[in-house]
Design a binder for this molecule. Structure first.
Ligand code: 3PG
Length: 305
C-alpha cells in the first residue's frame, strides 16, 4: 500500500491534517503522521518505508533522502524549498515539489501585523506613527510580495517593487511601481519588505552597505529567511543609527539584537504561514500533487529539474 508521511515539526491545523487524510485515503493510500519531533533521528526513522512525504520547514537532508528507500515524491507545503537537499533527491530519483502561492496571503498579513505593532510602539501607549503615505519597497514581487503590495495599497502606502525576474510591465500590472535596483529602492523607501529566497546568491545579501542609506525611521521587515541577512552588518548599522528598526518572523542567529529595545522584534516561532487557511491551502495542494504524481506522473511544481 502506498504510504504518505506528513512530517511537520510545526504541525498543520487539525482541519488541514483531516483534509489531507481524506484525499490520501480516497486513493486507498495510508497516511502516517510525525509531528513535533525532537530530533532528526526520529525523522530518519519515520521515512524508512514511505512512498511520499509532505513537509514544511523540516530539514530533508541527504541523510533523510537516503534513508527513505521507497520515496518517490516529497512536497514542501509552502514556497521556500531551501530545506530540501535537491541534489540528493535527484540522485535518488525523488521528485521534489513546492506549493507556490498557497500560504502567501498569511505571510503578507503577518508582515503588516508586525509593521503596525512596531509603528504603534508595541501598543505601549506612546504616540506612534501610521503606514499611510509611507513608501514601501517590496524586494521580490512574487506571490507573497504581490499580497504585500495589495495590502499596502489598502493602507494608502506608496508601493515600489524590485524583482530582477519580472518585467516593468508585469510589476505595474501587479500594482507596484517598478524599480531597477535594490540600491535605488532601499534609498527611497522607509519600509522594506523582504521576499527573496535563501540561495547561494542571496545569502547575507541584505547587508550594511545596502541598508545604510535607507531613509530616516527605516523599518526592515523580514518574513523571508534569516540567512539572507548579514546579521553583523545589520547590528552594526543599528548601533550607529538609533532610527533603524528590524522586525522579523525568523529569529536571528546572532543574540546581538535584543539590546535594541523598541527597535527590534522577532516572533517567538516562525508564524507567517501558520493560519488554518494557509495550512489547508498548502496541505491539500501538497496531497493533490502527490496523488497526481503517483497516479498520472504529473510533475507540475517540480523544483529539482
Ligand atoms: C514558506 O516558505 O512557505 C514559508 O516560509 C512558510 O514556512 P512554514 O511552513 O515552515 O511555516
Amino acid at each position: 500500500m502506498t504510504k504518505v508521511l506528513i512530517a511537520t515539526d510545526k504541525p498543520f491545523a487539525p482541519v488541514a491534517v483531516n483534509g489531507i487524510r481524506e484525499i490520501v485515503e480516497a486513493q486507498g493510500y495510508e497516511l502516517v503522521l510525525l509531528e513535533k519531533y525532537t530530533s532528526q533521528d526520529e525523522l530518519i526513522a519515520a521515512v524508512a518505508d514511505v512512498d511520499a512525504m509532505i513537509i514544511r520547514s523540516d530539514k530533508a537532508t541527504k541523510e533523510v533522502i537516503e534513508a527513505a528507500k521507497n520515496l518517490k515524491v516529497i512536497v514542501r507545503a509552502g514556497a521556500g524549498y531551501d530545506n530540501i537537499d535537491l541534489a540528493a533527491c535527484t540522485a535518488h530519483n525523488v521528485v521534489a515539489m513546492n506549493t507556490p502561492g498557497q500560504n502567501s496571503n498569511a505571510v503578507a498579513e503577518l508582515a503588516f501585523g508586525m509593521m503596525v505593532y512596531m509603528a504603534r510602539n508595541f501598543f505601549n501607549g506612546k504616540s506612534g506613527s501610521e503606514l499611510k503615505g509611507k513608501k514601501i519597497g517590496i524586494h521580490a514581487y512574487g506571490n507573497v510580495g504581490q499580497n504585500v503590495g495589495r495590502i499596502a495599497r489598502g493602507f494608502g502606502m506608496e508601493v515600489y517593487a524590485f524583482d530582477p525576474f519580472m518585467t516593468d510591465e508585469q510589476i505595474k500590472n501587479a500594482g507596484a511601481t517598478p524599480l531597477h535596483s535594490a540600491e535605488e529602492m532601499y534609498k527611497m523607501c522607509q519600509y522594506i519588505s523582504l521576499h527573496i529566497p535563501a540561495t547561494e546568491q542571496t545569502k547575507k545579501s541584505i547587508n550594511y552597505d545596502l541598508l545604510k542609506d535607507m531613509p530616516k525611521g527605516a523599518v526592515l521587515v523580514n518574513t523571508a529567511r534569516k540567512e539572507v541577512i548579514d546579521e553583523e552588518g545589520l547590528a552594526k548599522l543599528m548601533e550607529e543609527r538609533a532610527d533603524f528598526h528590524y522586525i522579523t518572523d525568523i529569529a536571528p542567529d546572532c543574540d546581538c539584537f535584543s539590546k535594541f529595545e523598541g527597535r527590534f522584534f522577532a516572533t517567538p516561532k516562525k508564524m507567517g504561514a501558520q493560519t488554518e487557511e494557509a495550512n489547508v491551502n498548502a496541505g491539500l495542494a501538497a496531497a493533490h500533487q502527490i496523488v497526481n504524481f503517483i497516479e498520472k506522473g504529473d510533475e507540475k511544481f517540480r523544483v529539482n529539474k
